[in-house]
Design a protein around this ligand. Structure first.
Ligand code: HEM
Length: 535
């Protein structure tokens, strides 16, 4: 204890002058207990990180309610922080709130927007959260969508893989993931993805972009085409003039995927939709209905195709789903809707940020080009799984872009067991949000964290850094992590290789920030220019 007090007295005047008076008052009044709390909150790097406890001893730990955070009132908890005019938190700027919370309260923060939510910033603690030996890791999210699907038993068996927890989630996950995760089945989609990427590059050549156009619109269309082909063996013809119309099928799917995703977090925080159909709930329901309709049509078509025994060349995920014995049509419809919801915005936003960083870092762009040129000496050489595995620099560019701009600020978990973090007792059923996006930008974890440096991920490079494995988790972690990680990384790699092989890309906008709508959306148009390369 004496050593801890010395640590505070030595370091505190330099680092936290504003809290000086309070600190000494606390030390005098409570001897070393506040000292312990203080260190737990602020100087956690110096305290033992051995936080993974098999059975945390509740009596010797601090209470959850003692975790620092915004003031909590009866009934409304900390929701007042999000109220217009009264609160200073903006629900579409969760990254900024996370910064504010970190600076105000330290690396473990408690908010109560209806339920206890603990924000975790230290990668050692993030590891402790994910290393719990859960059979069925759970999230408390997509609550309204779960409610909507459970009230439609004629269409769905469950709330779907995104929103369902427990053994029912595992039934879906263990069945569907076989086709998503095995390296062989993912590699089988390289050829068709490359064909679509080639068509897209040709379209960009012909299109002659104006500098103020939002490239995201077209990345959405591209990713709809790719996921349509890979998952359902279905083309949407999204780049045809008639499909560019806002009432076309492809436009409506893209709108419905966004309409489903964008309301999730606000609906999770609210509860009125449980009693009557609020406008946001109605928007979610309409979006889900449209995705259901399209999925059902595609499924029916595919089943007829199957019956006629013409499906031998069909390598789509849907074709393999239809051969699974322990799922039925309703499970498949749920999964198809989840795929449409989860695939388009995530991959398009991630690719937008990658292009943004690459365009703003010409040296990095040149290195990618050199790599791509050596792998594809002719522009129309095919991309193969071998090319992707050798595109090491391009892949580290994607990794670095996801470090700075992950699709979600962090990962949510509903604790399945009691745990201890930083000397606090965190009971089962508490919601944890790991704040990876903020932590990834902190200098104690990454050197020059705001610089875009793919080399920091490259083993063998002089700039390689041994980054904590739980710092950047863009696809989550463990059995509940993104089911399509390999596929998404492969798709992005193919898109980048194709675009950079043909164009020099320049950024024409201001600094790109995010709107946090479950999936972090660029906060302004993605304005790029594409200068064709001569070679
Ligand atoms: C760059 C692209 C993508 C990123 C960054 C991403 C990221 C994520 C993250 C962070 C999660 C939550 C993981 C967790 O809780 O541990 C997740 C879950 C999920 N993702 Fe992705 N994703 C991407 C693309 C896709 C695609 C293309 C699909 C579908 C084809 C997809 C389908 C899913 C599904 C179904 C889940 C829920 C898994 C479960 O709860 O068991 N994702 N994704």
């Amino acid at each position: 204890m004496a050593q801890w007090c010395d640590t505070i007295r030595k370091r505190y005047p330099l680092t936290l002058p504003l809290f000086r008076i309070n600190m000494y008052r606390l030390l005098n009044n409570y001897k070393c207990i506040p000292c312990r709390k203080f260190i737990q909150r602020n100087y956690t790097m110096e305290v033992s990180h051995n936080v993974v406890q098999k059975e945390p001893q509740k009596e010797s730990l601090l209470h959850l309610n003692d975790i620092p955070g915004p003031k909590c009132y009866p009934v409304i908890g900390t929701l007042h922080k999000y109220l217009p005019f009264i609160g200073d938190y903006d629900a579409e700027a969760l990254d900024k709130i996370a910064w504010l919370n970190y600076r105000r309260y330290g690396c473990l923060v408690r908010e109560v927007p209806g339920v206890n939510v603990i924000h975790v910033y230290d990668p050692d603690d993030i590891e402790a959260v994910f290393r719990q030996d859960d059979r069925f890791p759970a999230r408390r999210s997509h609550l309204a969508m779960y409610h909507y699907r459970k009230n439609k038993p004629q269409v769905y068996n469950t709330g779907g893989i995104l929103s369902t927890n427990g053994p029912e989630w595992w039934r879906l996950r263990s069945t569907f993931q076989k086709n998503f995760t095995s390296p062989q089945s993912v590699k089988a989609h390289v050829e068709c993805t490359d064909d679509i990427a080639k068509e897209f590059v040709q379209w960009v050549h012909n299109r002659k972009f104006r500098c103020n156009e939002d490239f995201l619109i077209y990345l959405n269309r591209l990713n709809l085409e790719i996921i349509g082909a890979v998952a359902f063996n279905e083309r949407f013809d999204s780049f045809s003039p008639q499909e560019q119309h806002s009432k076309s099928r492809s436009s409506k799917i893209i709108q419905a995927a966004f309409g489903s995703n964008s309301g999730v977090m606000k609906l999770d925080k609210g509860f009125l939709w449980k009693f009557f159909k609020t406008p946001l709930y109605r928007k979610l329901a309409q979006s889900q209905e449209y995705l259901e309709k399209v999925s059902t049509e595609i499924l029916m078509k595919k089943m007829k195709f199957f019956e006629s025994n013409e499906s031998d060349n069909d390598k789509s995920l849907l074709s393999s789903f239809l051969q699974q014995p322990n799922i039925d049509q309703k499970d498949i419809i749920g999964m198809m809707v989840d795929i449409l919801m989860a695939a388009i915005d995530t991959t398009s936003y991630t690719t937008s940020f990658a292009l943004y960083h690459i365009a703003r870092n010409p040296e990095c762009q040149e290195k990618i080009f050199m790599e791509v040129e050596s792998l594809l000496p002719e522009k129309d050489s095919s991309i193969t799984p071998n090319v992707i595995s050798k595109a090491v620099y391009t892949r580290s560019t994607i990794k670095e872009s996801l470090r700075l701009n992950p699709v979600s600020v962090g990962i949510g978990r509903l604790l399945q067991k009691d745990i201890a973090l930083k000397g606090y007792f965190i009971p089962k059923d508490t919601v944890i949000v790991t704040q990876n996006m903020v932590s990834c930008r902190l200098p104690q974890y990454v050197r020059e964290p705001l610089l875009f440096k793919p080399e920091r991920w490259l083993r063998g490079s002089s700039e390689y850094e041994n980054i904590h494995p739980f710092l950047s988790l863009p696809f989550g972690f463990g059995p509940r992590s993104c089911i399509a990680r390999r596929l998404a990384e492969q798709n992005m790699c193919i898109i980048l290789i194709r675009l950079i092989r043909d164009f020099q890309i320049q950024w024409k906008g201001r600094e790109l920030g995010i709107r946090t709508l479950l999936i972090n959306k660029p906060d302004q148009p993605v304005t790029l220019s594409f200068v064709p390369r001569r070679l």
